[in-house]
Design a protein around this ligand. Sequence first.
Ligand SMILES: Cc1cc2nc3c(=O)[nH]c(=O)nc-3n(C[C@H](O)[C@H](O)[C@H](O)COP(=O)(O)OP(=O)(O)OC[C@H]3O[C@@H](n4cnc5c(N)ncnc54)[C@H](O)[C@@H]3O)c2cc1C
Length: 334
Amino acid sequence: MMRLPRFEHLFPTTVKEACILLDQFGPKARILAGGTDLFVALKLKNIQSSHLISLKGMKELKGMNYQEKEGLKIGAMTPLHQVRKDPFIMEHYQALAQAAAVVGSPQIQRMGTLGGNLCLNTRCFFYNQSSKWRKHRSVCLKMGGDVCHVISKGKKCLAVFSGDTGPALIALGAKAKLTSSKGVRWITVKDLYTGDGKEPIALDANEILTEIQLPPITEQISTYLKYRIRGSIDFPLVGVAAKIAFNARWDTCVETKLVVNAVGPAPVEVREAEPFLKNSLLSHEVIRKAADMAVAVAHPVANIDSTPTYRRTMAGILTQKALEELIKQSHLQG
Ligand SMILES: Cc1cc2nc3c(=O)[nH]c(=O)nc-3n(C[C@H](O)[C@H](O)[C@H](O)COP(=O)(O)OP(=O)(O)OC[C@H]3O[C@@H](n4cnc5c(N)ncnc54)[C@H](O)[C@@H]3O)c2cc1C
């Protein structure tokens, strides 16, 4: 049986108090949200922490609020099951509701939070193993060593970002509010990801993700499709988030965003497809070419339970499916 190591459990009741504790304990401390990933990492000894700063008691970080000018604000501690079931999100920010609905299992969505899902650590076949398993190999880049077991002589950690809601929020143009004792800064959700598997989240050690803000609703629809081995509970082998914004008559695409997930240390935008799809008739041929563009930006390596070639192929198939689905829905709106 794997046991949790000893740690001190701290329960601040305000963000201000939590920031003071983060400053006090520095890198030894970790933010605890739902704990569905953090406790596993502690048990596997992937990370060490002497102090866990729980955000559970903070009402100010839970719930959501829509205003016409500012859009939708969601507190970082809002549970994923609330995000997936919210009628407003389901109607206007479909990709987010769909992504939250496929995170792990219903139990994980009850405990897991939107903030925790966005700040999820990257995963690798050689890292997410017990310390006993790992000790038979030299220490990898992700664990602080200088070896990569995936790419020999690799100098950069390529562990995979597998959080489901991040790509959906990138496609929807969301921003993240980061709070520390020094104040507040906003970054795009896209910029939350560094692209380095070892340190994948662009938060300073003393910062807390406190809120996510989505732009006001317009004539747009979005979706998130995920491929995983076990449909009932599994991380993505590939995911694709897609958004199309239409003109007021719902007959012309004015903006698209495509984001491929779980093919590298950060979600990958399919930039080339944006001008290509804009103002197009979104014919079958155009969609197929956009899917090829998604395959071209996906560079998975052999670090999770599937072959890189298969995951690249699936990136194209999911992109095609996602765009076809959105076009079908736009006909219903128009
Ligand atoms: C069996 C299993 C299956 C899973 N399947 C999936 C899946 O399919 N898709 C998926 O996306 N995830 C999956 N997960 C991972 C995880 O359960 C979810 O990502 C969950 O949403 C994490 O949220 P949490 O609130 O529990 O985060 P925690 O575990 O509490 O925290 C995760 C990380 O984020 C940091 N953190 C949390 N909140 C904040 C904050 N507000 N500010 C700064 N840092 C913060 C923590 O310090 C920690 O490093 C799975 C986990 C398990 C055990």
